[in-house]
Write a protein that binds this ligand. Structure first.
Ligand code: HEM
Length: 421
């Protein structure tokens, strides 16, 4: 009886233990109550691999999740959140077909495999420059410890996507600040009017910046900017119709935003997993020329302790699932982190194994129609960054025992990560 199973389980996703180790916290749910009602979240929690995969493809589960969130907020907050809502409702990731099909089709044409692969030398250049800066600082101060997130994993994705969009480097810091404010709204589970106000103000400034940027880009036209993703978006047609300016701006902001925090977390969480498994670190360091192994190691990092904790969907009709009654309007948290440790799919799921055969089945980039558009870019950044970093500092080690995790229920990332070279 699912309800009995559910009653025996105490699960607080926001407790200190669950934030530190969500895998152990969710294991009883996965075993006994795979579709679990959480009063704390006011939502269903789905933890088995096959159920998560089915949910990602279920047309009764909608991605349109910003609109209901804002509709539920108290009236004064609704006014404050309006600019944010108006903007986010145009993001492909928060839409369903047919809008999603149109927006995604357009981004697909601009964000091509060729455009991503062409970035290889530029990514290597940016990685080497960041590593050089760290080495120079070590030389200057004699201090061989630094925060890998702040000095490396945080700036790298912003510089790369900025380059890809054709954003001048001098503006990247500003955009990154706005993007971080937006993350406080999009990626946290807690209601915080102060953060929401900042995110709302940030989006207004960011939209104005991108509107100007797009006008300049269009006016300048080819040839110096030809080939970047912004030009691709400007050129792309949606069955003969150009996107509205609002939609174009939203696509740019989404691309700028979506690859930041997540890629930072892949680099940092992945390096932590490696440094905490010396046999795996040694294996990888001995085989850095083996691109197949490096790629598999990145997949295992995404599976074992990747950036994606969960994704939210909203039921568009009543239905029964695994004995539970899901009502129209209910929210479901698809716990990809639990799916990534499901023993039905990943034998010995809690073992970090860079040679694991099924590593690529992980859910880090989602599944179905919203599968991450930027996955090839994130993978490329990681496959370039890890070998360059490990070659530069073969003796890299953690310099703090237990770096704290952020308390988001959607993504998994550390607040800082001191390492020693
Ligand atoms: C390790 C890094 C990354 C992770 C873990 C990640 C994760 C995800 C996930 C789980 C989704 C699915 C959302 C859903 O189903 O609702 C998604 C969608 C998306 N991601 Fe990523 N992402 C990463 C990097 C990037 C990068 C680098 C970009 C672009 C520069 C990007 C752009 C997008 C876009 C545009 C979507 C929306 C796709 C759609 O709705 O059709 N992501 N990402």
């Amino acid at each position: 009886m699912p309800d009995t199973a559910q009653r025996a389980i105490i699960f607080d996703p926001l407790s200190a233990e669950a934030i530190r180790d969500p895998y152990t916290a969710m294991a009883p749910l996965q075993a006994e109550a795979p579709v679990y009602r959480s009063d704390i979240l006011g939502a269903w929690v789905v933890t088995r691999y096959d159920d998560i995969r089915a949910a990602f493809r279920d047309p009764r589960l909608s991605s349109d999740r910003i609109r209901p969130f804002i509709a539920r907020a108290p009236a004064p907050m609704q006014d404050m959140l309006k600019p944010l809502g108006d903007h986010l409702n145009l993001w492909a990731v928060f839409t369903d077909p047919p809008d999603h099909t149109r927006l995604r089709g357009l981004m697909n044409r601009a964000f091509t495999t060729r455009a991503v692969q062409a970035l290889r030398p530029e990514i290597a250049r940016i990685v080497n420059r960041l590593l050089d800066d760290i080495d120079a600082e070590i030389e200057r101060t004699g201090n061989r410890e630094f925060d890998l997130i702040h000095e490396f994993a945080y700036p790298l994705p912003a510089l790369v996507i900025g380059h890809m969009l054709g954003v001048p480097e001098k503006d990247i810091d500003k955009l990154k600040r706005w993007s971080d404010l937006l993350a406080k709204f999009v990626l946290t589970s807690r209601s915080d009017p102060q953060k929401y106000r900042m995110a709302s103000d940030g989006i207004v400034e960011m939209e104005a910046w991108f509107r100007r940027f797009l006008e300049e880009h269009r006016a300048r036209g080819a040839p110096d900017v030809k080939g970047d993703v912004t030009t691709g978006l400007l050129d792309a047609r949606d069955e003969g119709d150009r996107l509205t300016t609002d939609e174009l701006v939203a696509c740019c902001v989404l691309l700028l935003f979506a690859g930041h925090e997540t890629t930072t977390q892949l680099l940092a969480n992945g390096m932590r997993a490696l440094l905490e498994a010396p046999d795996q670190l040694e294996d990888l360091c001995n085989n850095l020329d083996d691109l197949g192994l490096v790629r598999n190691a990145v997949e295992e990092m995404l599976r074992f302790d990747g950036p994606s904790l969960s994704m939210v969907r909203v039921a568009t009709e009543d239905f029964r699932w695994r004995g539970r009654r899901i009502a129209k309007g209910d929210r479901l948290f698809l716990m990809m982190c639990a799916g990534n440790r499901d023993p039905r799919v990943f034998p010995e799921p809690h073992r970090f194994d860079i040679r694991r055969e099924e590593a690529k089945k992980n859910f880090a980039f989602g599944y179905g129609i919203h599968f991450c558009l930027g996955a090839p870019l994130a993978r490329l950044e990681a496959e370039i960054a890890f070998p360059l970093l490990l070659r530069r500092w073969p003796g890299l080690a953690m310099a703090e025992d237990d770096p704290p995790w952020s308390d988001s229920i959607l993504t998994r990332g550390m607040l800082h990560m001191q390492v020693r070279v």
